[in-house]
Design a protein around this ligand. Structure first.
Ligand SMILES: *[C@@H]1O[C@H](CO)[C@@H](O)[C@H](O)[C@H]1NC(C)=O
Ligand SMILES: *[C@@H]1O[C@H](CO)[C@@H](O)[C@H](O)[C@H]1NC(C)=O
Length: 228
């Protein structure tokens, strides 16, 4: 119920914001990321962020021979929430959209939900998050790509990340870890943080040989140091 009450508010806040030609739609140069105290894995940059994206997506896992799930990538859509930074609703945004996403019928695919949200206000889609072959040529790496959405026409408006910090979500499982990454390629950001995660972790064990699973999640991504 909370989700259904707050989602229209979220949409109207974003819709009401002044569009300044490209993201972010509102000034976030003084926005401060909120990170857990007493840890050194995730350290807030001194300068303000370039973008704050609200992600709705899935984490993909495969069952390893050890009987535990291994993350094999993710797909998510990022929405511009710069105009909600500093509002009372901001800390709950990921919880709000996760409630809506989680209550969608099982047969509803991620792309249907994303399409639905995107159609409501197409212009506030920042871009997409997905995995690509690592720049080294081995393994996969996360990519944030705004070249088909808010920064169309800027071929370098993407960043491929390399993880430098990882902590268990302060809210604990089933919320996926909070991360700090630096750029390995692209001009969209020099640093990326995944915070305020909701969902995304797989069950603790699996039967080796069972098929791949996808787990719904939502989070905020803070991107710093853009040169686009
Ligand atoms: C951080 O650690 C210090 C030293 O152990 C402790 O006194 C303090 O209460 C901790 N702060 C928080 C917010 O956990
Ligand atoms: C994750 O799963 C989705 C849905 O099955 C798929 O579209 C996507 O390509 C997968 N991505 C990775 C990196 O496994």
């Amino acid at each position: 119920m909370l989700a259904l009450t707050l989602l229209p508010l979220f949409l109207s806040c974003v819709a009401a914001s002044e569009h300044r030609g490209g993201p972010p739609r509102c000034d976030i140069s003084a926005a401060k990321i909120s990170l857990p105290p007493n840890q050194t894995m995730l350290v807030a940059p001194k300068e303000g962020p370039s973008f704050i994206g609200l992600a709705i997506g899935i984490q993909n896992y495969t069952c390893a021979d050890s009987g535990t799930f291994t993350n094999i990538g993710a797909v998510a859509e990022l929405f511009d929430v710069s105009c909600l930074s500093g509002t009372p609703e901001f800390p709950s945004l990921a919880n709000i959209v996760f409630s809506v996403w989680d209550s969608a019928p099982p047969a509803t695919g991620i792309f249907q939900v994303i399409d639905f949200l995107a159609k409501l206000k197409a212009s506030f889609v920042l871009g997409q998050h997905y995995f690509v072959t690592s720049p080294s040529g081995t393994g996969i790496s996360p990519k944030w790509d705004f070249t088909s959405a808010s920064l169309a026409g800027h071929p370098n408006a993407f960043v491929i990340g390399a993880k430098v910090g990882d902590i268990v979500a302060p809210t604990g499982p089933p919320d996926v870890d909070w991360l700090s990454l630096v750029d390995a390629e692209g001009d969209l950001a020099t640093q990326i943080f995944r915070v305020n995660t909701v969902g995304g972790l797989p069950p603790t064990s699996c039967v080796p040989g069972s098929s791949e699973i996808t787990v719904k999640y939502s989070s905020l991504y803070w991107l710093y140091g853009s040169s686009v």
